[in-house]
Design a protein around this ligand. Structure first.
Ligand code: UP5
Ligand code: MG
Length: 190
């Protein structure tokens, strides 16, 4: 990654806040490549990698996988892509993730898109998603909320103190959320 200097936007927000949904819209309109850390980890489980069982157990408990595992997957995806601009969705999830990604890759995000949504609404969405995710059950959802509040919000506050957070009201319908997202991307994406 030392030669390739990609442009990165971190897309953060609680479980079910709509990160994946809005990233798909951003890809279509603004030509980014979408890298969901959760999707990369789930692909690692399906591929039968040696870390698969560990990742599976951690996702089922809603806890954060060791950063070297996630960072390796993100680096590989960036290197293998022809694109030079990426949405990194659902990462970094804690201060250790953030610091290690920055030191290993040398990449600092252009900005952080933060999808702000109430737990009530996120819980409703996750319970009706029905895509067979092992972590979409009420027990794990509660654990995911707890990890988000106790660890992931720190990262958002960190970037906010640097003036890099673009906060979006994510409780609205998908199309309205995307209108707000567009307004964030349009000026920086000349
Ligand atoms: N939906 C979306 N937007 C809506 C809207 N505006 N109005 C009404 N409905 C809306 O959306 C969720 C559901 O809501 C969908 O059915 C959608 O149609 C609907 P989605 O876009 O999927 O939300 P998203 O924020 O992407 O939710 P997701 O469940 O993916 O978020 P998480 O952050 O919980 O999941 P992630 O895949 O990132 O991580 C899963 C686990 O992997 C973590 O808990 C952790 O164990 C592990 N992980 C790590 O350890 N490290 C990492 O770096 C990343 C993940
Ligand atoms: Mg997602």
């Amino acid at each position: 990654l030392s030669v390739k200097k990609p442009k990165v936007v971190f897309v953060l927000g609680g479980p079910g806040s709509g990160k994946g949904t809005q990233c798909a819209n951003i890809v279509e309109h603004f030509g980014y490549t979408h890298l969901s850390a959760g999707d990369l980890l789930r692909a690692e489980i399906s591929s039968g990698s040696e870390n698969g069982t560990m990742i599976q157990n951690m996702i089922s408990e809603g806890v954060i996988v060791p950063p070297e595992v996630t960072i390796k997957l993100l680096e590989k995806a960036i290197m293998e892509s022809e694109n030079d601009k990426f949405l990194i969705d659902g990462f970094p999830r804690n201060e250790e993730n953030r610091a290690m990604f920055e030191s290993v890759t040398g990449i600092v995000p252009e900005f952080v898109l933060f999808f702000d949504c109430s737990e009530e609404e996120m819980e409703r969405r996750l319970l009706s998603r029905n895509q067979g995710r092992v972590d979409d059950n009420i027990d794990t959802i509660r654990k995911r909320f707890k990890v988000f509040v106790e660890s992931s919000l720190f990262v958002i506050n960190y970037y906010n103190s640097k003036g890099r957070v673009r906060k979006i009201d994510a409780a609205k319908p998908v199309a309205e959320v995307f209108e707000a997202v567009k307004a964030v991307f349009t000026p920086v994406d000349d």
